[in-house]
Design a protein around this ligand. Sequence first.
Ligand code: URA
Ligand code: CA
Length: 443
Amino acid sequence: MFSVYEVIKKKRDAFELSDDEIKFMIDGFVKEEIPDYQMAAFLMAVFFRGMSGREAMVLTECMVNSGDRVDLSAIKGFKVDKHSTGGVGDTTSLVLNPLVAACGGIVAKMTGRGLGHTGGTVDKLESIPGFKVELPKERFIENVNKIHLALISQTQDLAPADKKIYALRDATATVDSIPLIAGSIMSKKLAAGADGIVLDVKTGSGAFMEKYEDAIELAKTMVEIGELSGRKMVALITSMEEPLGYAIGNAIEVKEAIQTLKGEGPKDLEELCVNLGANMLLISGVVATVDEGKEKMRNAIKDGSGLNKLKQMVEAQDGNPEAIDKPNELLPKAKEEIPVLSPKDGFVEKINALEVGLAAKALGAGREKKEDVIDLGVGIYLKKKVGDPVKKDEPLAIFHSSDKKRHEEAKKRFLAAYKIGDKKVPSPKLIFAKVDKNGVEEY
Ligand code: URA
Ligand code: CA
């Protein structure tokens, strides 16, 4: 038996903890044998002293073991998953997963609804008429075995220890610790059951990790945790300097995903999906090199097989596949489309992605609390991105809006997010580096 005091002191004094000491702390906290004040002190010690890769892995395993594990063993083949550390208007899942499945990868994804500027992927999919995000386990497995793709909402209790610890971190200024973030994210991913995981670690003004060096460190820690747990891992470090694509919302992001699957979408979104997907295919053993994977992904856009895969999934989950052919008619719409005009002439120099996300949330596209209802039709469609010239009174964006009262607040936030200068700046670089078990490769 250990003493809580001694374990806190050991970490405070920068010694490496044993597996059993970490397990003792996590299990004790979950069972409420260790009070909040001692756990808070422990978390602060971790915040200042950090953790070794092995310590972070053991922490993660303990959090996984606190809850359910999704059992995907009835699905044949290598199951691959993607996780993004969170961006604004990130439509990737809706584009990427159908493309990967069309290229021979296997995607069996259970995902949370989450809190954010917009809904999560399953919320977005719910804007398709009839689409069921809740399927019995047997049907989920049957669908994946048949068409290699299913996206459903999470019903099991994954990593409850993380929920409890996160709440305490949130109240004690210990959220932004790299081993704690890595453990938190990876505990949920490992519990979700995939054999391989590609991480999209965002950096920039709209990201959790604003600084590039921190994003690299977080990626390295998560890759190490995953590999030590027997999963195949790749992380890409990508830009969240401005929102991805043009659409930020739910139904409007589904529409953007459809356009991208047709090769008519925003190039930044397409490029990111091609790169993430190529790495998913690589770790799945479908291709031998990233370049081969990229070519396969691009072909699945050109020949329409990615779009067709999305349609198959919609049909397999009781949605109306016609909505994919006629999104303008069959997806939910906001009451009004109102342009937001540029206050002056110039060039878009910066867009604070986080503020744009908050503007979309203010319009009603996201949730504040778990119980909140999302207005699936509302959102923001950008007309100007970084580097674009703009004239006074030309639209910077179109607000898809259903509530006048919400509109004013959102507009104020949105305009404050745009910096319009005199000189043309290049559009921001999209992919900075790749991290895998062999190390960091910068692009
Ligand atoms: N996202 C998570 O799931 N956990 C963290 O600690 C930070 C971001
Ligand atoms: Ca988007």
